[in-house]
Design a protein around this ligand. Structure first.
Ligand code: SF4
Length: 392
């Protein structure tokens, strides 16, 4: 169960008191029910409190007017509703908004809102940094610090929705979609991510449709096989290459879980879903001269025949120190047209938020790297980057 240190508890002089309160922001309905039963209260209190937190954005028990005064006081002693701290908010000329969020331990993550026609998508992080080191990814170059707690994951949605005054399900939603595509590999933080996405989809919490919450993975087969037993979130796979030889260089986890085995696992996941028409999304970052030829498109069309899917093409966003370049627009168009003609629904993501470094693959935050990868990367690239990535 997620806990935070209670700052308001009495401290005996010279003796640090390890007093903890439960952070209710990260509890699923079942866990919140268990919490209330555990403190001798009725289970319907769980739904009342969930609605205060997730529908009304309330983080102060004294405002929960349908709870008795005695219960409100009791909750103030043993529980808290605490989201991570927002350090800064930047809004791009195109409406993209980026929050820089500091977490316990001092590292920072980034959460990005991308407005679109009739929709608003929030890109949420699941880890501080990432251990998988995909060669085209700015997050991967920052190394890894730790997994996010449930309240830190769902707290990104809570903070963003509150800033738009968009929590109340009776009002028009500003954030209509969530993609777990920020910093980190979500399936390496399996239990916390599952609880967080289930909260995002729960009617008594944020109430998003399961088609509008997407978990994006680089392809961890054992976790994909477990996922369908715990949630029915939409699944995206960061493929980025149509054959194992190339994918081994772009997404190193492919050496353990090659493409055909991965796509078979995606099929097993889709077959577990109650809604039989669901497709996976295949994410494919187009990198100039690396994976963007028509031969690559042809291979991709062939390899994907085994799985119901749509394809999302993402022009690579260069970051300091990368050796890769952005795909040429004409080549991206040809690549897309080939796949459409081959029968695939294929979209191309428009680059948004360039002026605030919020485009895909640019999320970096400030990671207290425990892996030393960021230092090795900076040293390796020092000959051609203007400024090394800052590590705090
Ligand atoms: S692309 Fe995803 S899995 Fe790969 S290093 Fe970046 S965050 Fe990690």
């Amino acid at each position: 169960m997620t806990r935070v240190i209670a700052s308001s508890q009495p401290v005996q002089e010279g003796v640090p008191v390890a007093d903890y309160r439960v952070n209710l922001l990260g509890l699923t309905e079942q866990k919140l029910t268990d919490f209330f039963l555990g403190i001798g209260e009725k289970k319907f209190r769980a739904i009342q409190v969930m609605k205060w937190i997730h529908h009304h954005g309330v983080d102060d028990f004294s405002q929960m007017s349908n709870l008795s005064k005695a219960l409100r006081e009791k909750l103030q002693q043993i529980a808290t509703i605490t989201a991570p701290e927002v350090l800064s908010v930047n809004t791009s000329a195109d409406g993209t908004r980026k929050w820089l969020i500091r977490l316990e331990g001092g590292s920072c993550i980034e959460t990005v809102f991308i407005p679109g026609k009739g929709r608003g998508t929030l890109c949420v992080s699941s880890q501080i940094g990432c251990s998988l080191d995909c060669s085209f990814c700015a997050t991967g170059k920052q190394g890894f610090n730790r997994d996010l707690e449930v309240h830190e994951i769902v707290g990104q949605l809570w903070l963003a929705a509150r800033s738009f005054d968009s929590l109340d399900p009776c009002k028009k939603r500003v954030i209509t979609n969530v993609v777990m595509m920020g910093m980190g590999e979500p399936l390496l933080n399996f239990d916390n991510v599952v609880d967080a996405v289930n909260l995002m989809m729960a009617d008594n919490a944020y109430g998003l449709s399961k088609r509008r919450v997407t978990l994006s993975t680089s392809g961890l087969i054992p976790e994909i096989d477990k996922l369908g037993d715990r949630t029915d979130v939409s699944l995206a796979v960061s493929l980025h290459a149509p054959n194992d030889e190339l994918r081994n260089t772009l997404v190193p986890i492919n050496r353990r879980y090659p493409i055909n085995d991965l796509l078979a696992a995606v099929n097993r996941y889709l077959q577990k879903l109650p809604d039989t028409h669901r497709r996976a999304t295949i994410e494919y970052t187009l990198i100039d001269g690396v994976n963007d030829s028509l031969d690559h498109a042809k291979q991709l069309a062939e390899v994907l025949r085994v799985v119901p899917c749509k394809i999302n093409l993402i022009p690579f966003n260069p970051f300091p120190g990368t050796g890769y370049k952005k795909v040429k627009p004409a080549q991206a168009k040809k690549f897309q047209e080939y796949l459409i003609n081959a029968g695939y629904i294929t979209t191309q993501r428009t680059t948004r938020g360039d002026d605030i470094d919020a485009a895909c693959g640019q999320l970096a935050g400030a990671v207290n790297d425990k892996t030393s990868r960021s230092r090795r990367f900076s040293a390796h690239q020092a000959t051609y980057i203007d400024e090394p990535i800052q590590i705090q």
